[in-house]
Ligand binder design. Sequence first.
Ligand SMILES: NC(=O)C1=CN([C@@H]2O[C@H](COP(=O)(O)OP(=O)(O)OC[C@H]3O[C@@H](n4cnc5c(N)ncnc54)[C@H](OP(=O)(O)O)[C@@H]3O)[C@@H](O)[C@H]2O)C=CC1
Ligand SMILES: O=C(O)C1=N[C@H](C(=O)O)C[C@H](O)C1
Length: 255
Amino acid sequence: MTDEQDKTPAEPLRVGVLGARGRMGIEVCKAVDAADDLELAASIDQGDSRSAVSAAEVVVDFTTPDVVMDNLRWCIDQGISAVVGTTGFTEQRLEQVRGWLADKPGVGVVIAPNFGIGAVLMMQFAARAARHFESVEIIEQHHPRKLDAPSGTATHTARQIARARAEAGLGPVPDATKDEVSGARGADIDGVRVHAVRATGLVAHQEVLFGTTGETLTIRHDSYDRASFMPGVLLAVRAVRNRPGLTVGLDALLD
Ligand SMILES: NC(=O)C1=CN([C@@H]2O[C@H](COP(=O)(O)OP(=O)(O)OC[C@H]3O[C@@H](n4cnc5c(N)ncnc54)[C@H](OP(=O)(O)O)[C@@H]3O)[C@@H](O)[C@H]2O)C=CC1
Ligand SMILES: O=C(O)C1=N[C@H](C(=O)O)C[C@H](O)C1
């Protein structure tokens, strides 16, 4: 039979969701259900047994920073590829994941601080602008039920900006503050000040403010609905098994 004659539809990819009853998990389950090429094989939340997820080929994790490493270790041990949106990934944690993956060469993991395509572009544009401005501050704004501050997106953006500034030979951001009420100047992430705002009505928003003599540049992204993260999540779900090892961020998948 030629490929042309073989019209058998491909089996849908079996996806498991961890954190399935959370704000993001609910949205991911809906998106997977709605996709013809994906099947929701298991949806697990706090207190459920993880064993149901063994049937999945790809696991999506939107849980909490304190449980995500244990989940990830379990997936890798089971030989299941994973797409992770949960925050809390320090360089040390990423290194640990790389170590686990070294023993499982067929397994892929994508960890992205933000799956919104606009947010990924905002981070790229900010990294590109960074070397042209002596001043930079990040203001992130989120719903008040968010557990971590500053956000994973803001932390990632600050690190990328810091790297671009170092490569360009820029020194510290100018700031004459001598007398400070604790916290007034925000958190210092690799030399970049990050301010975290929490308010009912917000979803996920970030502004990167750059300044130099006589001008400022503001790069802003807004997620008004968690549906905004789904194209990125599904892109990673479909790609992850063909990307053994660890992929951090969506940039490589978008390109
Ligand atoms: N990368 C991205 O694009 C995005 C990332 N995020 C991140 O995703 C994470 C989740 O966000 P959000 O959905 O708003 O948070 P929620 O608190 O709404 O959801 C987390 C869910 O995980 C559950 N959970 C806790 N422990 C476990 C466990 N061991 N196994 C399975 N499920 C568990 C929680 O249960 P319970 O409530 O009972 O504890 C809850 O239902 C956060 O870190 C957030 O920052 C959010 C949006 C986009
Ligand atoms: O908790 C959230 O809501 C979000 N978390 C991620 C982060 O911390 O950056 C991504 C997005 O900002 C929404």
